[in-house]
Ligand binder design. Structure first.
Ligand SMILES: *[C@@H]1O[C@H](CO)[C@@H](O)[C@H](O)[C@H]1NC(C)=O
Ligand SMILES: *[C@@H]1O[C@H](CO)[C@@H](O)[C@H](O)[C@H]1NC(C)=O
Ligand SMILES: *[C@@H]1O[C@H](CO)[C@@H](O)[C@H](O)[C@H]1NC(C)=O
Length: 392
């Protein structure tokens, strides 16, 4: 089937073009990052796999850890048994702040104390290291609580709400590095920039940070900490709105617009979430996505049936919208030849406003960048289509 692949990932021109327009790369503005020299590359421990959250290596107090890099949450959680140097016995806890985190994807509720720790991230050689200083949620209890209300919960599972699970603090090592997540109902009450391990780097390769642009990029290969002209080359930038706190590094999720089957455009917020393989869409109340009801494939799921956006549905996305698009992509749900095809697309509800979660396969098509100083989200297209519509 040689004819032009219309279902292509595209970069939109400045002029309003339809999704199926041929691909064009837009010249990026001259880089303002030339004065920043300090950066470090953290390779992922394994080849990118759609089924798993990518991980990087590092250590805390000399003990080795493999840290997931989840852009869909914010904050580092480590089980108390994994940190023998941290003493949370008796009155020792008085000096620490109590904290919790709820991960909606797994319905797991983590409780513990925030302990300031230094986290070392490993680069490509022994001498390449980055040190981050953040309050780490040292987890003392983890329970599965499907009835937890992320808006009002305050870390407490409702009476009788917890269900049996194998979760235990002994297995907890979870790292969220996302931005714009510390909003009402996210379950990430402490997910502000001061808790984000990638935004609190104090040392690079043994030297204190002095020429360091706080921010990072994530590709399918690894992470660059610290933005430079070089590691942001060819990025198309989307301006971000201010975040929920006064922290100058706090920015809201990026803006994106969507069309379904070539219909009207709807604006919403987007989360490029390396923590999940699927895509979630919460459409505006005025539209209904074409869906099918299927037997819930999730093991031990609460509901027998679940819904999916129908295969063949054409989805079309633009950053930040179709009028001023700097990047975008469109595809038919289920088309396995599409590089950034999510494992499935599910409609969701209950969040404030229209919302999209691209899932981690987005990274196959685009490397993403968060500029915490400039308040920008960057996209470097990796699989853009050529004039004939083929992926490069
Ligand atoms: C973290 O590292 C800094 C700089 O080396 C040091 O001053 C501080 O005491 C360390 N903090 C902890 C909790 O180890
Ligand atoms: C959580 O509580 C808020 C405030 O009472 C309520 O509006 C919301 O519907 C609740 N969410 C769920 C999922 O029960
Ligand atoms: C959609 O298509 C994919 C790929 O062909 C297939 O694996 C999946 O089961 C289909 N999903 C539904 C809900 O029909």
């Amino acid at each position: 089937m040689a004819p032009p692949m219309l279902l292509s990932m595209i970069l939109l021109l400045l002029t309003p073009v339809l999704a199926q327009a041929r691909l064009s790369t837009r010249d990026t503005e001259p880089s303002d990052l030339t004065s920043y020299k300090q950066a470090i590359y953290l390779p992922f421990t394994k080849k990118f796999n759609s089924a798993y959250t990518p991980t990087v290596r590092g250590s805390i107090n000399g003990k080795a850890f493999t840290f997931p890099v989840d852009t869909g949450s914010t904050g580092l959680m480590i089980g108390e048994p994994l940190l023998p140097d941290v003493d949370l016995s008796g009155d020792n806890t008085d000096q620490y702040e109590k904290g919790w985190e709820f991960l909606t994807s797994s319905s797991l509720l983590y409780n513990g104390y925030f302990v300031p720790l230094n986290i070392t991230f490993f680069g490509t050689t022994r001498s390449r290291r980055a040190v981050s200083q953040v309050p780490v949620l040292v987890v003392q209890s983890v329970i599965k609580c499907p009835t937890y209300n992320s808006t009002t919960g305050q870390g407490v599972c409702p009476e009788g709400g917890s269900v049996k699970s194998t979760a235990s603090p002994r297995h907890v090592t979870y790292m969220g590095v996302g931005f714009g997540r510390n909003i009402a109902g996210s379950g990430l009450n402490f997910g502000s920039p001061d808790h984000n391990p990638f935004l609190n780097i104090i040392k690079i390769n043994g030297r204190r940070t002095f020429s360091f642009r706080t921010g990072y990029s994530v590709s399918t290969k690894g992470v660059h900490l610290g933005l430079t002209a070089r590691n942001t080359r060819n990025a198309a930038w989307v301006e971000l709105e201010e975040g929920a706190t006064d922290d100058a590094r706090d920015w809201a999720m990026a803006d994106m617009a969507m069309k379904v089957n070539g219909g009207d455009s709807y604006a919403g917020k987007v989360l490029v979430d390396t923590g999940i393989p699927q895509m979630f869409i919460q459409p505006p109340p005025c539209i209904t996505l074409p869906t099918v009801r299927i037997l819930n494939p999730a093991p031990s799921s609460v509901t027998k049936y679940t819904t999916r956006v129908k295969n063949g549905t054409q989805l079309d996305f633009a950053f930040p919208d179709f009028e001023n698009g700097v990047a975008g992509y469109d595809f038919d749900v289920g088309d396995e030849s599409f590089p950034s095809q999510p494992s499935y697309v599910q409609p969701v509800s209950g969040r404030p406003g229209t919302y999209f979660n691209s899932g981690r396969n987005f990274l196959v098509g685009f490397t993403i960048i968060f500029d915490a100083i400039g308040g920008r989200f960057g996209l470097i297209c990796l699989k853009c289509t050529d004039d004939d519509g083929y992926y490069e």
